[in-house]
Write a protein that binds this ligand. Structure first.
Ligand code: ZN
Length: 150
């Protein structure tokens, strides 16, 4: 039977995979297809990040069905790891620019993220950086967390 890794949540699945267009170029499991891909085709929101943010908002407002909570965490972990794998390949200056973008007030408003949530996300990014042994990036993220806290 066909074995594949879901490009959205990172789970290994067997059998028929689903096309992740327009979110990503890849394949995904039935659950991610149902939650993310179908939703993006209906709403026209073709950014996975935006979909995750929207679901985080629903979670904060207790409007997210329980069965979605676990997959949402898994997707955030997996996408965070991919982000770190990508950012580990770019220079520290580029990573700095990315984090600067995140810290700009208007970006924060657009994302509807509090400072605490940005710190939370950076901590996740830090953990992921350690996991993939991107120590330079990890040290850098740690500094950014400290500067945000002060
Ligand atoms: Zn999946």
């Amino acid at each position: 039977m066909n074995k594949f890794t879901c490009d959205i949540c990172g789970d290994t699945s067997y059998g028929h995979s689903h096309n992740t267009q327009p979110l990503l170029n890849g394949q995904c499991c039935a659950l991610c297809n149902m939650i993310f891909v179908t939703a993006s085709r209906i709403t026209g929101v073709d950014s996975l990040d935006e979909q995750i943010e929207y679901m985080m908002k629903m979670k904060d407002e207790d409007e997210l069905p329980d069965m979605f909570l676990e997959v949402l965490d898994r997707v955030r972990d997996y996408q965070g790891k991919i982000f770190l794998e990508e950012t580990a390949k770019i220079s520290i200056e580029d990573l700095n620019a990315k984090l600067d973008e995140l810290e700009e007030e208007k970006e924060i408003e657009k994302l509807n993220m509090s400072k605490e949530e940005i710190i939370y996300n950076l901590k996740k990014a830090f953990d992921n950086a350690i996991k993939i042994e991107a120590y330079e990036a990890a040290a850098f993220i740690k500094k950014r967390i400290e500067s945000l806290k002060s």
